[in-house]
Every structure is written in C-alpha cells, then in structure tokens.
Write a protein that binds this ligand. Structure first.
Ligand SMILES: [Zn+2]
Length: 131
C-alpha cells in the first residue's frame, strides 16, 4: 500500500493528530485555514500559523468508486473522495469513504471523520455517513 510520509515536518502535525484520533489543520492568526499546509498564509501572508482541531464534520464534494487497483495492497472495490470540511468550503480533504451504499452516494452527503490504522502504525482519516 502506498502510505504517506508522516515524518515530513510540513505535515507531521496532521499525522500526529490522526494518531490521537483528532483531525487537525493549520490556521492563521487572521482566521484563514491554510490548506494545503504552507509556511505563509494565502490571505495575509503572515507566518503565525498554528494547528487547530476541527470538528471532523464534512460534506461529500466528489467521489470515485475504484473497481481495479493499480497499486499492490489495495482491495477493491473502494470509494475515494474529496470531502469539504464544515469549517470552510476551501478545506477539502482527499480521503476514503467507508460504510456508504452506492445508492446513497450524493453530493453534499453529511459525513464525519473516523480513523483507521494502516500498516506500519500509520493512522489514516476516513469518512463515514454522519449519524
Ligand atoms: Zn492570515
């Protein structure tokens, strides 16, 4: 399975949060969520950015059901998705959907984060239908 580099300093707080079952994203002092993580805020160009915990609630922006995996270690079928976090429509995470029947897949479907341990102790955020 193709796994992220959880030790890269730019994204390490994200993966450390996942290990604690917390979804964390960088936020500038001016209030802008800085996603994808970068050293300067795209709104005010400031550098006072800290990682904050977000709710883990999201809506479905788009998805693809994969029937044939091209890399070893993946077990199709599975659904990959872009989800929009409720804190800001510009906060879109590439992730996997779990526990959604095909007929229920629809734009704007309410979702919430869950965490799965992959190999090598790496914890990945995935999304399920909100209860
Ligand atoms: Zn800013």
């Amino acid at each position: 399975m193709h796994l992220p580099d959880v030790d890269w300093e730019v994204t390490r707080p994200f993966w450390d949060g996942c290990r604690r079952r917390e979804l964390r994203v960088p936020r500038c002092r001016c209030g802008t969520y800085v996603w994808y993580p970068q050293p300067r805020c795209p709104t005010c160009r400031g550098r006072e950015i800290s990682w904050v915990r977000v709710s883990g609630k999201a809506t479905l922006f788009t998805w693809t059901k994969v029937y044939r995996a091209f890399l070893p270690g993946y077990r199709p079928p599975f659904v990959t998705a872009l989800v929009e976090l409720v804190e800001d429509p510009k906060l879109r995470l590439a992730t996997y959907l779990r526990g959604v029947e095909d007929r229920k897949l629809s734009l704007g479907l309410p979702l919430e984060v869950d965490f799965e341990e992959a190999e090598a102790g790496i914890v990945l955020p995935v999304f399920r239908p909100a209860e």
